[in-house]
Design a protein around this ligand. Structure first.
Ligand SMILES: Cc1cc2nc3c(=O)[nH]c(=O)nc-3n(C[C@H](O)[C@H](O)[C@H](O)COP(=O)(O)OP(=O)(O)OC[C@H]3O[C@@H](n4cnc5c(N)ncnc54)[C@H](O)[C@@H]3O)c2cc1C
Length: 226
C-alpha cells in the first residue's frame, strides 16, 4: 500500500520528504526537525488533532478539537502460525468484554503455504492505560477461540495502547471541517475530520475533500493575484 502510494505521488510530480518530523508550521511554510524549510502557500496536516494543534498553537479552533477529542485505543496481538489449528473458529467478538479475534489470512493472502495470521484485540475504555497483563489477556482469548495455537506460533507482534481512532464520534458535536477557519491556508484531514465514514474511510474521505478545498483555495489565490 505504501509503495503504491509513493508511486502514485511521484507519477503526478509530487516531491516526498521523509526522515524528519515536522517541527513547526508557520505562515508560508513548514519547518522540519532537521532544519529544512519547505515554503508553500497552503499546508494540509494529516495528523491527530493533538499533533496538529501542537504544530499550530495560534489556531484556537484546533486547540478546541485537541481538547475535545477522546481517542479510542486498543492492545493488540498479531500471531503468525505455521498452520491454523484443527477445529479453530475464524472470528469472534466479545459481548460481555471488549475483545475481538479474527483469522485475517482467511480473507487475504498474508502467510505462505498453510500458514495463518490471527489478529486479537482488546479495546480500552477512554483514558485507561494498558494493564501489565495486556498480552496474557489477549492470549487467553486465542485459547478460547483457537485452542492449540500456542504450539503452532512462528512469530508475534504485541502492541499496547495503539490509537485506533483519534476521536470517537460524539452525538453532541460535529467533526472538524477540512478548512481551519481561523488559520487561512491551513487544512486538515484524518479520521477525526469531515462528515463521511469512520476510521480509515473517514481519513480517506477527508483527504479527498481537503485536496479539493486546497485546489479551490489555490485557484482563488491565482485569480486574486491576476
Ligand atoms: C490496531 C488497529 C486496527 C485498526 N483497524 C482498522 C480497520 O479494520 N478498519 C479501519 O478502517 N481502520 C482501522 N484502524 C484505524 C486506522 O488505522 C486509522 O483510522 C487511520 O490510520 C487514521 O489515519 P490518519 O491519516 O488520520 O492518521 P495516522 O494513520 O495516525 O497518520 C498520522 C501520521 O502522522 C505522523 N506524524 C505525527 N506527527 C508528525 C510530525 N510532527 N511530523 C511528521 N509526521 C508526523 C504519524 O507518525 C502518523 O504516521 C485501525 C487502527 C489500529 C491501531
Amino acid at each position: 500500500m505504501v509503495d503504491g502510494l509513493v508511486h502514485a505521488a511521484h507519477a503526478v510530480g509530487a516531491e516526498l520528504y521523509a526522515g524528519a518530523r515536522v517541527e513547526r508550521v508557520a505562515g508560508g511554510g513548514v519547518a522540519m526537525a532537521d532544519g529544512a524549510w519547505w515554503p508553500g502557500d497552503v499546508t494540509l496536516l494529516a495528523l491527530s488533532p493533538v499533533e496538529a494543534s501542537a504544530l499550530v498553537p495560534d489556531a484556537a479552533s484546533l486547540a478546541v478539537e485537541a481538547s475535545e477529542a477522546r481517542p479510542a485505543r486498543a492492545n493488540t496481538l498479531d500471531l503468525a502460525l505455521s498452520r491454523v489449528p484443527d477445529g479453530a473458529n475464524d472470528f469472534a467478538i466479545g459481548i460481555d468484554s471488549l475483545f475481538y479475534i479474527s483469522l485475517h489470512s482467511k480473507s487475504a493472502k498474508l502467510a505462505p503455504g498453510p500458514g495463518g495470521v490471527v489478529h486479537v484485540a482488546k479495546y480500552l475504555p477512554v483514558g485507561e492505560a494498558p494493564g501489565t497483563d495486556a498480552v496474557a489477556e489477549l492470549e487467553r482469548v486465542a485459547d478460547l477461540v483457537m485452542p492449540g495455537w500456542r504450539a503452532l506460533e512462528v512469530k508475534r507482534q504485541e502492541l499496547r495502547g495503539m490509537v485506533v481512532a483519534n476521536a470517537l464520534p460524539r452525538w453532541d458535536r460535529k467533526r472538524a471541517g477540512v478548512c481551519v477557519k481561523d488559520s487561512p491556508g491551513l487544512f486538515v484531514a484524518g479520521d477525526w475530520v469531515g462528515d463521511e465514514g469512520m476510521i480509515a474511510d473517514a481519513a480517506a474521505a477527508s483527504a479527498v475533500e481537503a485536496a479539493m478545498a486546497v485546489q479551490g483555495w489555490l485557484k482563488r489565490g491565482a485569480s486574486r493575484a491576476a
